[in-house]
Structure formats: C-alpha cells, structure tokens
Design a protein around this ligand. Structure first.
Ligand SMILES: NC(=O)C1=CN([C@@H]2O[C@H](COP(=O)(O)OP(=O)(O)OC[C@H]3O[C@@H](n4cnc5c(N)ncnc54)[C@H](O)[C@@H]3O)[C@@H](O)[C@H]2O)C=CC1
Ligand SMILES: O=C(O)[C@H]1O[C@H](OP(=O)(O)OP(=O)(O)OC[C@H]2O[C@@H](n3ccc(=O)[nH]c3=O)[C@H](O)[C@@H]2O)[C@H](O)[C@@H](O)[C@@H]1O
Length: 431
C-alpha cells in the first residue's frame, strides 16, 4: 500500500514520517508550494525536535517524497490521510473548508478504490459529510471507504508521541478499512479502539476538552491558593499522587494556548448547543482560560501602579516550550494588553517570532533573555523554556530597573529568587 498524506503541517509531516519509519512508501501533498520545496530537501518549515532528521533520512532513502501535484498523487495512492487544518469559525465551530476541498479533490481525481482516513480533528458527523463531498465530485462512481483516525500527538513531543501512541482509535463502518488500517499500523502494540466514525470523532474532542478542564480547574484553584497563602504546586503534587487523578496537566499558569485546546473546546460547546445540550463545565473552562492572562497582568499592573511609561520584559512567546507555534499563545494577549496600556515591551523567545503585522512594530524583539531584561521594571515569564530557569538570576538583577518577577508558568524557585532580592509572584504561588 502506498500512502498519501494531504496537508503537511505539524500532523501531516509527523504522520508521513511515522509511516515511512515503519516501512511504507509515503507521499506528502500540500497546496503550499514553499513548504513542499523545503520538505523535498528534507527541511522542515516549523520547529519540532527530532522530526527534521527523520524526514531527511526518509527523503534520502526514497521512502518519503513530497509534491503539489494533486491529480497524480490522488491517482497513484490507495490510502489517503487528511491532515489539513480545521481552524475556528467566528461562531466557534470548526471551519471544514480545507477538509471539504481535499474531499472534493479526491472525488474529482480518483480513478479507482480509495480509503480516505481523517486525522484532522473534525466535528461529529464529518465522516458522513466527507462521503457526500466525495460522491458529489465523482464523475464515475469508483468505490471508496472513509474512516476517522484522530491524532493525539503534542507539539514539541510529536516524534515520541506519534511513534509511541497511547492508543489508536479507528472509526469506520467498513471491515475492509479496518483491516487495511491494522495492516498500515502493523508495528504498533498499543491498545486499539475500533468503533463508529461518530464515536472516534467525539473521543478526540472529549479528550482535549478534558485536558483543558484539568488546566482550568487548577488555574481557578490557584486563584484561591493566592488568597489562602497556599502553594498550588504542592496541591497539585498532593492530588497527583492519587492514581485516579494522576500528576499530569495539573500545572497552573497563564492558561492553555495552542492551535487545538481553544478551538476544540469551542467547537464542542458550539456543536452541543446546536443539539440543545449546554456543556456548562466546558463553558466555565473557556471562561477561566480566557481571563487567566488578565489575572497575572492585574498583579503586575498593581505592583507597577500602571503600565504607562514602564518597561516590561516578556520572556517566552511560544504557547509552550519546544515549539515555535504562537497560535493562541497567552504571551500574545499579554503583549497586546501591555501595548494598549502604553508599556514598552522587550520580548525574547529562543525560537518563536512575532507575526509581521504593524501591531507588533513597537515591540523590541531581543536576541537574549539578558538583553530583554535591560532597564525593565518587571519581567513576565510566559513560556517555561528551560533556559530561563538556568539564567544567572543574581547577575540578571543588576540589569533591571526594578527586580519584579511575575512567573506565569510557576517554573522558578520562589524562595531562591526572593532571597536574591526579587519581588516574586507566580500564579497560586501563595507564600
Ligand atoms: N498541531 C497539533 O499538535 C495537532 C493537530 N491536530 C489536528 O490536525 C489538523 C491539522 O493540524 P496542523 O497539522 O497543526 O495544521 P497546519 O496548519 O500545521 O497544517 C495544515 C496543512 O494543510 C495544508 N492544506 C490545507 N488545505 C489543503 C488542501 N486542500 N490540499 C493540501 N494541503 C492543504 C496547509 O497548507 C497546511 O500546510 C487539525 O485539524 C488539528 O486540529 C490533531 C492533533 C495534534
Ligand atoms: O489536538 C491537539 O492538537 C493536541 O493538543 C494538545 O497538545 P498541544 O496543544 O500540542 O500541547 P499541550 O502539551 O497539551 O499543551 C497545551 C497548552 O496547555 C498548557 N498546559 C498544559 C499542561 C498543564 O498542566 N498546564 C498548562 O497550562 C500548555 O502550556 C499549553 O499552552 C494535546 O495534549 C494533544 O494530545 C492533542 O493531540
């Protein structure tokens, strides 16, 4: 079986690598010619640890190739994975325009049987819609099957997650599709869930939304911790030792960002409303997350008695470490608000960069953390890059106008920084 991956972003490029790594012949197709040109040379168009080396390895071995030629690619491959984006529409629901275009291409250009597998995160019922799109575009009624195969990888850990998944979820009504997918994933020994397309689609949204719920729960609790002079990190540790709770996703901070949690929670809430079900917990999760950055900014504003004329060093821009992805990054909201309130912003991130639009012209983008700290009245730590923990904070203090450190990721040792003379505040750092 030859595999075609439509969409070579984070998920598509990683999926292409995985199938090449386990021995299949794989082609990546994208409408973005720039991305494809780079991938053909074994170069990645985003930062993801370890991925570029593996892609280069398989481009060189000939097992992995990339193209923009839809017609040839769709004709030549029997198994097609959809890995295109599904961003949010203004009403919060998922924009299926790219999925629709890819399905339409497949229907129009197929010349024999195809198995069409959706890895993109799509609302419940989308497999039925994909079937309709393909049928509507077909000139000849070639047979095909559809299957949902949601992806659970994390950015920054994509290689490890995709090569060693916790589970493989397949949603299809077709026995032939199930057998083909089992063959494709031959080397994986993790648990399998084979179910209906709708169940598979909902498993993905329910998983992301639950993880987002854990985060918002801890963030709300962190606010209480601040009032009670209790440290939320110790609360998380104490809770996490209960195996029914588990230690992961209990880190309070600036809230969740990224291309998935915000859009997926919002899609699930929107879909539920259409079905006259109010997911009140998830509405609360969204609301807590929406205001979490403001909770930290309030602390900074009050310490500085307002932002006008003040210099603020923002450390970290990416929505989390080990990625250059800034989609829905809390740091962006913080910068927007600081600029609105006429602060001077000095920003440093080891990898991520700001969007090129005029709104950010006023931000001084620095080449090191030390550079960003020079003359600052306060530091806001937005992403827990390990290099920030390793900074010489004693020396750094001399660069600052005022030693105010606001740790939006609770990553620093509060006691040590206070002993060095910093005014230190985390989120729920309590005492
Ligand atoms: N980024 C992540 O960590 C994860 C993302 N997902 C889901 O996977 C999907 C893809 O996400 P990303 O990889 O982050 O998106 P992305 O934006 O990085 O990549 C999507 C790619 O699809 C291409 N594309 C769009 N329309 C196309 C078409 N008609 N034909 C060929 N290529 C086309 C775009 O040019 C782009 O390169 C989304 O539904 C997302 O929710 C799921 C799990 C993890
Ligand atoms: O559907 C997706 O796209 C993916 O979304 C998340 O992965 P990702 O967004 O890459 O990153 P996470 O590690 O989950 O972090 C998301 C956000 O939550 C924040 N977070 C995470 C954990 C925590 O305890 N506290 C917390 O604030 C992070 O800082 C980050 O902003 C899920 O973890 C993946 O399983 C899923 O496949």
């Amino acid at each position: 079986m030859k595999i075609l991956i439509i969409g070579t972003g984070y998920v598509g490029a990683t999926t292409a690598m995985v199938f090449a790594e386990i021995g299949w012949q794989v082609t990546g197709l994208d409408i973005d010619a720039g991305k494809i040109e780079r991938l053909k040379k074994g170069q990645l168009h985003f930062h993801e640890p370890g991925l570029e080396d593996l892609i280069a390895k398989h481009v060189q071995s000939g097992r992995l190739r990339f193209t923009t030629d839809k017609a040839a690619a769709i004709k030549e491959h029997d198994v097609i994975f959809l890995c295109v984006g599904t961003p949010s529409l203004p009403d919060g629901s998922a924009d299926l325009r790219y999925v629709g275009q890819a399905a339409e291409d497949i229907g129009r250009l197929m010349k024999g049987y195809k198995l069409v597998v959706t890895k993109s995160t799509v609302p419940v019922g989308t497999q039925e819609q994909i079937k309709k799109w393909i049928e509507a575009a077909q000139q000849t009624a070639y047979p095909f099957d559809v299957a949902s195969n949601p992806e659970f990888l994390r950015e920054g850990k994509a290689v490890e997650d995709a090569l060693h998944p916790d589970r493989i979820v397949i949603g299809t009504d077709s026995q032939r599709a199930t057998e083909q997918l089992k063959k494709l994933y031959w080397s994986f020994s993790c648990p399998w869930i084979v179910t209906t397309p709708r169940t598979a689609e909902l498993i993905k949204y329910a998983s992301n939304s639950f993880l987002a719920t854990k985060i918002s729960y801890m963030n709300e609790l962190a606010r209480l911790c601040d009032e009670l002079e209790v440290n939320v990190k110790e609360i998380a540790e104490g809770m996490g030792l209960d195996p029914r709770i588990g230690p992961s996703f209990l880190q309070a901070g600036l809230g969740y960002g990224g291309s998935c949690f915000p859009k997926d929670v919002s899609e699930l809430v929107t879909t539920s409303r259409k079905h006259h079900v109010n997911l009140r917990i998830l509405e609360g999760v969204t609301e807590v997350n929406r205001m979490q950055y403001a909770y930290l900014l309030d602390k900074v504003r009050s310490r500085l008695s307002g932002f006008a004329g003040k210099t603020v060093a923002v450390l970290g821009l990416a929505f989390k470490p080990d990625t250059d992805d800034i989609r829905e990054a809390p740091a962006l909201r913080i910068i927007d608000q600081l600029l609105l309130e006429q602060a001077s912003v000095q920003l440093y991130d080891p990898i991520a960069s700001l969007p090129g639009n005029a709104a950010y012209q006023a931000v001084k983008f620095c080449t090191s953390a030390e550079d960003a700290l020079k003359g600052a009245d306060a530091i806001i730590l937005c992403t827990e890059w390990p290099e920030f923990a390793q900074l010489d904070w004693k020396k750094a203090k001399k660069l600052l106008k005022q030693p105010n450190l606001f740790d939006g990721r609770n990553m620093m040792d509060a006691k040590r920084l206070r002993a060095l003379g910093y005014y230190y505040q985390g989120i729920g750092s309590g005492y």
